[in-house]
Design a protein around this ligand. Structure first.
Ligand code: THU
Length: 136
């Protein structure tokens, strides 16, 4: 299925597929992400942990970096899932990483383990975000 034909629930399903790839032996908190480009491709991410905990990379960033390395630059939305009862919202570092490459209207679909979800824009999750233009 092309992402263009997908609704939020389909993208969440893709994020649950990505979650299966999570390498999270320390936290046992398995996170999956499915990132949709503007032209309808999907890139998958899962958290990858390290014994030196701070080296861990979140699902959102593995999806984003995978897409960037394939040359993608225009993103529409991301779905994030975990096994939690509560929805999984991107951490501050991931919001900042997304903010570098996505516009304020980029959608973040945050689901719980049952697939119940909330949608916020990146602008709502990271108001007054710092960007390259602020360096000028
Ligand atoms: N984690 C993510 O992958 N994304 C989030 O949005 C929140 C946290 C990961 C990092 C770590 O592997 C585990 O979840 C527990 O914090």
């Amino acid at each position: 299925m092309r992402a263009n034909d997908m609704n939020e629930k389909d993208l969440i399903k893709e994020a649950f597929e990505a979650q299966k790839k999570s390498i999270s032996p320390y936290s046992k908190f398995r996170v999956g992400a499915a990132l949709e480009t503007e032209d309808g491709k999907i890139y998958y991410g899962a958290n990858i942990e390290n014994a030196a905990y701070s080296v861990t990379v979140c699902a959102e960033r593995t999806a984003l970096f995978t897409a960037l390395l394939q040359g993608e630059r225009k993103f529409k939305r991301i779905a994030v899932v975990s096994d939690s009862q509560t929805i999984t919202a991107p951490c501050g570092a991931c919001r900042q990483a997304l903010n570098e490459f996505c516009d304020a209207d980029f959608e973040v679909i945050m689901a719980n383990k049952n697939g119940e979800y909330e949608i916020k824009t990146l602008g709502e999750l990271l108001p007054y975000g710092f960007k390259g233009e602020n360096l000028e």
